[in-house]
Design a protein around this ligand. Structure first.
Ligand SMILES: [Zn+2]
Length: 108
């Protein structure tokens, strides 16, 4: 098992290096290769994660300069909640756009 310090040292590398590092880590773990994907968070940051095929599978993610072990679904939901709390905006259930409460597709 790799030490946390080793993983954190990888955060000094750029995006391309992190991509290759994450692939190498996964090969080291179990010999199975998964794709690395990038996701823009509602709070503006970007998360890189090892796609294991399910939104809520625990996996390796690179978030805000740290490697964490969680699921991208949980990280994304936490970022959505943080944005709602910080800005008072809501996400439209029809088009997915962020707006003021009652805006967008709310006809009531
Ligand atoms: Zn809408």
């Amino acid at each position: 098992m790799l030490k946390a310090a080793t993983l954190n040292a990888l955060t000094d590398a750029g995006r391309e290096e992190s991509f290759h590092a994450a692939r190498a880590i996964i090969r080291h773990f179990d010999g199975i290769e998964f794709g690395i994907e990038y996701l823009e968070l509602p709070t503006g940051g970007e998360v890189a994660y090892v796609n294991t095929g399910d939104t809520y599978n625990a996996t390796l993610l690179h978030v805000d300069g740290e490697w964490i072990y969680s699921s991208w679904g949980d990280v994304y939901e936490a970022a959505e909640a943080a944005r709602c709390e910080d800005t008072g905006e809501v996400r439209c259930g029809y088009c997915g756009e962020w707006s003021e409460p009652g805006g967008c597709h709310d006809d009531s």
